[in-house]
Design a protein around this ligand. Structure first.
Ligand SMILES: *Cc1c(COP(=O)(O)O)cnc(C)c1O
Length: 353
């Protein structure tokens, strides 16, 4: 496929790596292409990073037709750059697109777009361990009309943001509040899709948790408020009495690539992993009788995020004395080792650019 490249005439320089934070600084360029019903995707181009114009009636502004992905480009010690399982992100983007009546991408072309873009923005991949160039592909319906129907004009873009280490201050276990009022997703809804609307609907509970001194919420299922689903915008895993448990993908849970990778690594290390329903009763019982050994969230941003405190209906429980657990640490070391190229990639997950 042809990707037209217009270089910026005002290249910026990378801020000091220890000041990056997350998602605040953007690289010099962005990828853009448009879809028109009946014509397909066209005008693939990389242009200088900048603001975009939208018609005030654009579909995305009124009806929320938007999906996105999140992945990182990692700098190896030898100076090279690599991606982690990028095809999984592309496949998931297409599954999200299908749910939201947005057009699919050709998967091989999407990978070519992604690698061409990252190669062009190579200098924006920071060098310190734990830092990365965060890549944000996204797609939105952009019809200039208020009629409610499948969008006939759609825009796909990729922007890139050099990001600091998630654990610049060390891995500190977080406090989580179990949410039994708001729900994130329902079966038949959009929980499995990575769409902006899921986040918009999650914000209220997240803010309430922060007000009470917790960093995220643990979501329960939307029908019975009984089964554990996810934590904030991460998947969740527990070790109870030797069994590692993660909620089964029932349709309302986002199928995380970190989740999938954790399961493979754990099984490979010989730990039993169950993908099954886990009720709040089973979890509270395990917290009360001390059989909850470890709990952690997992997602691209943090890799793993150990949970040190869990609050349910105003009662707080401590997990593993508030310290990171042994399995959580092993997962962190293994996945980050592969992602930053320090460990051998025996799973063939890494794509070197
Ligand atoms: C992106 C996301 C995750 C994690 O997925 P990864 O592919 O591991 O980054 C989990 N839950 C939600 C709601 C998400 O949006």
């Amino acid at each position: 496929m042809e990707i037209k490249i217009t270089h910026t005439t005002e290249p910026k320089s990378m801020p000091a790596e220890d000041t990056l934070g997350f998602g605040k600084v953007f690289s010099d360029h962005m990828f853009v292409m448009e879809y028109e019903h009946g014509k397909g995707w066209q005008n693939a181009r990389i242009v200088p990073f900048g603001k975009i114009e939208l018609h005030p009636a654009s579909t995305v502004l009124h009806y929320g037709a938007e999906i996105f992905e999140g992945l990182k480009a990692y700098r190896r010690a030898d100076g090279g750059v690599q991606l982690f399982r990028p095809m999984e992100n592309i496949r998931r983007l297409n599954r999200s697109a299908e749910r939201m009546c947005l057009p699919l991408l050709d998967e091989d072309e999407a990978l070519e777009i992604l690698t061409t873009f990252v190669k062009l923005e190579e200098k924006w991949v920071p060098h310190s361990f734990g830092t990365s160039l965060y890549l944000r592909p996204f797609m939105f319906g952009n019809d200039e009309s208020l009629g409610v129907h499948m969008p006939h004009h759609v825009t796909f873009m990729i922007i890139a943001s050099p990001s600091g280490s998630y654990y610049a201050e060390g891995i500190n276990p977080v406090g989580i509040m179990i949410e039994d009022e708001d729900v994130r997703a329902v079966r038949g809804g959009t929980g499995f899709a990575k769409c902006g609307g899921n986040y918009a609907a999650s914000t209220r509970a997240g803010e309430r948790a922060v007000q009470k001194g917790y960093s995220q919420v643990l979501w329960l299922d939307g029908v019975e408020r009984k089964y554990i689903e996810e934590v904030g915008a991460m998947n969740v895993m527990f070790k109870i009495n030797g069994e590692i448990i993660t909620p089964a993908l029932t349709g309302s849970i986002l199928p995380g690539i970190t989740r999938m990778s954790c399961i493979e690594v754990l099984r490979d290390m010989g730990y039993p992993v169950s993908e099954r329903l886990l009720s709040i009763e089973e979890l509270t019982e395990a917290m009360q009788n001390g059989t909850l050994e470890e709990a952690w969230g997992c997602g691209t941003a943090a890799v793993v995020s150990p949970i040190g405190r869990l609050c349910y209906r105003d009662k707080e429980y401590t997990v593993n004395d508030g310290k990171i657990g042994e399995i959580t640490q092993k997962l962190y070391d293994t996945l980050t080792g592969i992602q930053w190229g320090k460990l051998e990639d025996k799973y063939n997950w890494v794509l070197k650019l």
